[in-house]
Design a protein around this ligand. Sequence first.
Ligand code: SF4
Length: 313
Amino acid sequence: MYNPFPYSLDNKRYHTWNYFLQNKFGCKVTKIALNGGFTCPNIDGTKGVGGCSYCLGGSGGFAGTPSLSVTEQFREIAEKMGRKWQDTKYIPYFQANTNTYAPLSRLKSLYEEALSQENTVGIAIATRPDAISPEVMDYLAELSKRTYLLVELGLQSIFDETGEKINRCHSYAEFDACYKALKSRGINVCVHLIMGLPNETHDMMLESVKCVAALKPDCIKLHLLHILKGTKIAEEYARGEFRCMELSEYVKVIVDALELLPPTTVVQRLTGDGARDSLIAPLWSLKKFVVLNEIDKEMVRRNTVQGAKWKEC
Ligand code: SF4
């Protein structure tokens, strides 16, 4: 069958996470989202209070139950996954809040407990760029020599004025320094960006993508801004201070972004999972398969692929 793009197993025109996992591990691999009971420097007052304006008291709404141990969470979720996909291997994913924000001894104990679980082939850790101490970075460097390690770094936008608007409480310069420190230690990094943040134009979103593309990250996650009940951004949205993206605008920005990314960067996500009960807008995002299909259709219509407009600099 004609395949317009080499890094996909299912005729996608971008470098899929599934392709990467199959190619690297030779089997189905699933992530197990865990909650290590961390807080966040943007919630506890160290960097800010109240958290990012879109965050519902800590990111990672789909992670395990923090009152359970890592082993209990892992086993509970792996049992469900195993029913769906026999012979799958696992990557435990510390997802909820800021997962490097604790003393090294506690981090080591949680990560090593996760890695000791059966059929585990690596580990993923989500964090902020201002929350990895040099000693934690050195430990992560050592860990990445022993196993597949992916540090997931929230950037969201390269624009500091947007960062202030959403109470992100770190700058682009802090992201840049952290990213480079991780890469200089040979650590795999996944960068997270959010499309549709307040006051951001199409061109601004693409500027963020271009800046990240120039870094040639190992992976990227492109999220859509979700307005969730109970968040500060929901109040701003209710006051009419900004509007959410339409599906057609989102598809356009995502396909434009994919064209700008290096073909080697693995695309882990092209939309976010909004919790059905708490999502206020955009409601079209609940139909995730429709969104992904529209992205595929637009890539076919343009006869384009990931990296079509990427220039190495
Ligand atoms: S950095 Fe993450 S966990 Fe912390 S407030 Fe922002 S979104 Fe929430």
